[in-house]
Design a protein around this ligand. Structure first.
Ligand SMILES: [Zn+2]
Length: 412
């Protein structure tokens, strides 16, 4: 036994000094390790003085990492020392084994760091499932607690700091996020977007050379006061965004100047979609209308080819009544029973204008609605949207190519 013990110390607590393994018992799924501390002295956590006066001893049973698929239960006898310093408020203190225990810790340090790694990689729910797999089950809340108790990683003062807002609670609360632009990592969150808060944060970090921000006045003021030494620049996203908006406004104002691109002369001009009979009340391009046309053509083709109406019904998966109704109509337009005839609406007076704007290339229903609203159209957006999607979208394209839309020009 005596020859085995040093090897067990080495095996079980190789990275830990001052622990001696007394016995190891394996029963079923449990490895029971009895160990004790061996250091002669310990440092008081209150005053730092070393003491060798033992007050008493007690057992600690920290959970450990499993070994060879078995739970490991460590019974560690630790001692309580009497502090040698009279003025120290702690009269006694318990010893801790560096790398094995910590104050109030219920796990060995190696189990703790394994759980922390799992928590950092997988967070609560998935992490908890994973700890089940490797035999040290803990709840997701425990994992999250372990992570939140980690000390924050030290952050060097950034040279270039990005300032932007972030939203909480679906945009009801705004805070400020600070990003190290060079490492692209967020550094800090401020609870609001006040100039004072930002100024205070910047003032604590005099090494900042560039503040990258949007054009909100509170950030401008905060940066000027908090980091007067720093150069302030507008961040790229906002520059692009503002440029885009300004360009679109400008292009839109001059949309009348946009001319359609003439088609190359050798290419035959794209003919309009086959226009239905001029008298047709059916809108082209309407999905239902197109479907009915197709159905009509299919049914008549089958009947002309000599199939019976019953057989056509079976083949097409339609009722006999449908086949009869379609077969009676020599043209699909005859099936039209009035549902396409639009009732007179307040929109009618504006339809010529809408058609004209559509031809000019304005395909944005909202914009169209806003335009006719200015002209006195009293109703809501819905009717305009329906008209655009039902009638205008179905309309054959304007003869010849359309002028490019304001949005397309802006994108160029
Ligand atoms: Zn002390």
């Amino acid at each position: 036994m005596n020859e085995v013990r040093p090897q067990l110390d080495e095996l079980l607590f190789s990275s830990v000094e001052g622990v001696s393994v007394e016995s190891v018992k394996v029963t079923g799924t449990i490895v029971r390790v009895e160990a004790r501390t061996t250091a002669m002295r310990a440092a008081c956590p209150g005053c730092g003085c070393w003491s060798g006066r033992i007050h008493g001893s007690y057992l600690r049973i920290p959970r450990d990492l499993p070994a060879a698929g078995k739970f490991v239960v460590v019974s560690l006898r630790v001692r309580r020392f009497v502090c040698a310093e009279d003025s120290c408020p702690r009269k006694t203190f318990a010893e801790q084994v560096a790398g094995l225990t910590r104050r109030f810790g219920r796990r060995t340090e190696r189990l703790r760091s394994a759980l922390v790694s799992v928590g950092l990689a997988l967070a609560g729910r998935a992490g908890a499932r994973m700890t089940d797999v490797f035999g040290s089950p803990v709840s997701r809340n425990t994992l999250l607690r372990l992570i939140t108790s980690l000390p924050d990683p030290p952050i060097a003062t950034p040279r270039v700091v990005g300032v932007d807002e972030y939203a909480q609670r679906k945009g009801r609360i705004y805070g400020t996020v600070l990003v190290d632009v060079e490492t692209r990592r967020p550094i800090d969150l401020l609870p609001d977007r006040e100039a004072d808060t930002l100024a205070a944060w910047l003032a604590e970090r005099p090494g900042i050379e560039i503040v990258c921000r949007d054009r909100a006045p509170f950030y401008a003021e905060g940066a000027t006061r908090g980091a007067p030494q720093a150069l302030q620049v507008a961040d790229r996203w906002h520059l692009w965004h503002n440029l885009g908006e300004a360009a679109e406004k400008c292009v839109y104002r001059h949309r009348g100047c946009l001319r359609p691109v003439p088609a190359p002369p050798d290419e035959p001009q794209e003919q309009e979609e086959a226009e239905p009979t001029a008298s047709s009340p059916w809108p082209t391009g309407h999905r239902f209308a197109e479907r009915t046309r197709a159905k009509h053509a299919t049914i008549h083709a089958l009947l002309t080819a000599g199939h019976s109406k019953r057989s056509a019904a079976r083949q097409l998966g339609m009722t006999l009544n449908t086949i009869l109704r379609f077969s009676r109509a020599t043209t699909p337009e005859e099936l039209f029973t009035g549902q396409w005839q639009s009732r007179a609406t307040k929109l009618d007076a504006y339809k010529p204008y809408l058609d004209q704007r559509w031809q000019e290339g304005c395909t944005n229903a909202w914009k169209l609605w806003e335009e006719i609203k200015e002209q006195g159209y009293p109703d809501g957006y819905g009717n305009v949207r329906n008209y655009v999607s039902r009638s205008l979208r179905g309309k054959p394209q304007p003869v010849g190519p359309r002028p490019p839309s304001a949005r397309a020009v802006t994108r160029w």
